[in-house]
Design a protein around this ligand. Structure first.
Ligand SMILES: CC(C)(COP(=O)(O)OP(=O)(O)OC[C@H]1O[C@@H](n2cnc3c(N)ncnc32)[C@H](O)[C@@H]1OP(=O)(O)O)[C@@H](O)C(=O)NCCC(=O)NCCS
Length: 176
C-alpha cells in the first residue's frame, strides 16, 4: 500500500467498518512504519485498472505478528481476495521470523472467523468490550507459525488452502 491508496482505502473503511473506521491519520502513521526494516507491512488488492478492492496490514514486533486490519470491497467478497490478502500477511510474518500471528475479530463476525480458521488460526481468548462504541467483544485468534515452520513449511508454503484459484487481481506491496 502506498500513500496514494489511502483515499480509496478510507472510502472502503467507512463502508466496511461504519462503527469504528480508522481515520486517514491512522493509515498515514501505519504507512510511516511500512518501510524496509519498519514494523508494519501493508498490502492492497487492485483491479486490472488500478481500483483498490481490498487491503490488509501486519504489525511485527519482537517475534510476534498482529493482523492490524483486513477488508475486501463488498462487491468483490467471496472471490478469494480475503484469502489472498491473509496469505500475504502470513507469508510476511513468517519471513520476518514471527513465532505467532495474532488477531482480534468481532465475536459476531463469523464470516471472517471462518476465513481465519481455514488458515489454522485458533481461538485463544476473549477481549470484553474491545470494539467501541458498540461495546462488542473480540475473539482473539492465534496462528502458531513456529509450529508450522517446525513441521517443515517454508514461508512460501504458509499459504492459503488451495481450495480456490487465485483471483485476477494485481497486488501491490510496499516493498514489491
Ligand atoms: C472477512 C473478509 C475480509 C473476507 O474476504 P473475502 O474476500 O470475502 O474472503 P474469501 O473470498 O477469500 O472467502 C470468503 C468466502 O468466499 C468463498 N470463496 C472464496 N473464493 C471463492 C471463489 N472463487 N468462488 C466461490 N467462493 C469463493 C470462501 O470459501 C469463503 O466462504 P465462507 O465464507 O463460507 O468460508 C470480508 O468479508 C470483509 O472484508 N468483511 C468486512 C470487513 C471485516 O469484517 N474484516 C475482518 C475484520 S477482523
Amino acid at each position: 500500500m502506498r500513500w496514494w491508496h489511502i483515499a480509496p482505502v478510507l472510502a472502503l473503511e467507512l463502508e466496511l467498518f461504519p462503527e469504528d473506521a480508522w481515520s486517514a491519520g491512522m493509515f498515514w502513521s501505519e504507512l510511516a512504519e511500512a518501510h524496509p526494516g519498519g514494523t508494519r507491512h501493508y498490502t492492497v488488492a487492485l483491479t486490472p485498472d488500478g481500483a483498490v478492492v481490498g487491503y490488509a496490514g501486519l504489525m511485527a514486533v519482537a517475534g510476534e505478528g498482529d493482523v492490524q486490519t483486513i477488508a475486501v470491497d463488498g462487491r468483490h467478497q467471496g472471490t478469494g481476495l480475503g484469502a489472498a490478502l491473509l496469505a500475504d500477511l502470513v507469508r510476511e510474518a513468517a519471513r520476518r521470523g514471527c513465532a505467532d500471528l495474532l488477531l482480534e475479530v468481532r465475536v459476531d463476525n463469523t464470516r471472517a472467523q471462518r476465513l481465519y480458521e481455514r488458515f489454522g488460526f485458533e481461538p485463544v481468548g476473549i477481549r470484553r468490550g474491545y470494539y467501541q462504541p458498540a461495546n462488542v467483544d473480540a475473539l482473539v485468534m492465534r496462528l502458531d507459525l513456529a509450529a508450522a515452520s517446525a513441521a517443515g513449511a517454508a514461508p512460501e508454503d504458509l499459504d492459503e488452502p488451495a481450495d480456490h484459484p487465485r483471483p485476477d487481481v494485481k497486488k501491490d506491496t510496499p516493498h514489491g
